[in-house]
Design a protein around this ligand. Structure first.
Ligand SMILES: Cc1ncc(COP(=O)(O)O)c(C=O)c1O
Length: 422
């Protein structure tokens, strides 16, 4: 067990956690958890909770999900790299990877659900392009904690669990991820429903930050580079915040890893803004957004309102880490994914394939040197293996809506469902 307070990056005030998502003083910025433990000790706790010194929880939940880090042989050889390390976040029993929902979103979902039960009352709402929703659905199925999930209709088949789920209200909406976010925000105005918080939720960021912790503990030192494909960029922010803690720990080096973050062309708003040195994303960074989103290989990377310019967000993180961003074509991503599968023996999530393709290009163009220590976050994978090994309970939508559906109709169903939990 560890103690922590929350701090605001703008006014530097410290405050108590009541599942707080923003500075009580009204500042705009991503509040951070400040842990009393400076040097991390691994706990004898399940899965990701072994890192609970630096998670905003008091106690743990049963899970085997945790990031697994190993030194690459196959992909490293193919790319001529001497010090490439893979953090695998998905399902791959042979390496000890048991995130049964298949992605690193499970490392966020477990601490978030635990933080909720320790810090507040009410029912959380999660908007997702698919993977986050499935991760929260899995945790809900495992522990019986209710959750309202909103996903675009195209992600409908992606919400499944390995146990029967009884406490999920699933809403699908015609449209994309942004439409799911907008509807989710409206649902959060109903009494008793609150937003899980996305990037503002310290449990999500520090849950994702365990990827950097697992990597650094396996390598014995912080890497030169951290690579990830991003939609919101929260994983990048989390990797930076975890690195700050690891530097303060004193045992893993003093050099901040450089972040190299990728988006999937043609939808690359953060890449465009970053390349022009801008803190704000403009409409011109997302020309013909709907069409662009329909063209990507990895739709979980299509967030139109990422925490980019906010204090402590992606822009600040890239500045602090001397970071870089790049766009990756869908064709390259597909090839990168195939190379990863053939070299390492497991299927990567399309988002992870984007990241592999980004690594290939960074090595080819000389941005990354062959002997540098590289930590690549394979943010999801092992779906084929999971489909063979694991039970699958597909969650049918409870409400199917369009952008035109009157909100009163939706809220009536939500409120009726919530009565059971009152
Ligand atoms: C597999 C996978 N990789 C990467 C990402 C991007 O994560 P973020 O931008 O939130 O760090 C997502 C988002 O859903 C994802 O599901």
């Amino acid at each position: 067990m560890t103690g922590y307070t929350l701090t605001c990056p703008v006014c530097n005030k410290e405050f108590h956690d009541s599942y707080t998502l923003t500075c009580p003083g009204g500042c705009q910025g991503l509040i951070r958890a400040q842990y009393t433990t400076r040097q991390i000790t691994l706990h004898d706790a399940p899965g990701v909770f072994k890192y609970m010194d630096w998670l905003p929880v008091i106690s743990s939940l049963p899970t085997r999900a945790e990031p697994v880090c190993f030194k690459s042989e196959g992909l490293a050889r193919a790319l001529g790299l001497s010090d490439l390390w893979i953090v695998f976040s998905g399902y791959w029993p042979e390496v000890g990877a048991f995130a049964v929902s298949g992605s690193f979103k499970e490392f966020e979902a477990f601490p978030t659900m635990q933080r909720i039960s320790e810090r507040t009352k009410g029912i959380i709402q999660v908007s997702s392009a698919g993977n986050t929703g499935r991760a929260f659905a899995e945790v809900s199925a495992q522990i019986g904690q209710p959750v309202i999930i909103v996903v675009p209709e195209s992600a409908r088949d992606r919400i499944f669990t390995t146990l029967p789920a009884h406490d999920i209200l699933l809403i699908t909406i015609s449209g994309d991820y942004t439409d799911a976010i907008s509807l989710g925000n409206r649902i959060c105005t109903l009494p008793g429903v609150f937003p899980e918080g996305g990037a503002k939720n310290v449990a999500r960021r520090d849950g994702m930050g365990t990827v950097m912790l697992a990597g650094t503990l396996a390598m014995g030192t912080l890497p030169d580079w951290y690579l990830q494909a991003v939609g919101s960029g929260t994983g990048g922010i989390a990797a930076y915040e975890a690195s700050l803690r690891l530097i303060a720990d004193g045992r893993f080096g003093t050099k901040m890893p450089r972040l190299l973050l990728f988006q999937n062309e043609p939808f690359i708003p953060m890449v465009r803004a970053w390349h022009e040195g801008r803190r704000e994303i403009r409409d011109e960074d997302m020309p013909d957004a709907e069409h662009a989103i329909s063209q990507v290989y990895s739709d979980v990377l299509t967030n139109r309102t990422p925490p980019y310019g906010i204090a402590g967000g992606v822009f600040d993180t890239l500045i602090a880490t001397n970071g870089l961003m790049a766009g990756v074509s869908s064709e390259d991503a597909q090839e990168g994914g195939n190379l990863f599968s053939s070299c390492e023996g497991i299927d990567p999530d399309p988002a992870a394939a984007v990241c592999v393709a980004g690594l290939i290009e960074a090595v080819r163009s000389g941005v990354i040197m062959p002997d540098e220590k590289i930590l690549i976050n394979i943010t999801g994978g092992g779906y084929a293996r999971g489909a063979k090994d694991l039970p699958r309970f597909v969650k049918e939508p409870d409400i199917i809506v369009s952008k035109e559906t009157p909100f009163e109709k939706i809220s009536a169903v939500v409120q009726e469902w919530m009565r059971y939990y009152a």
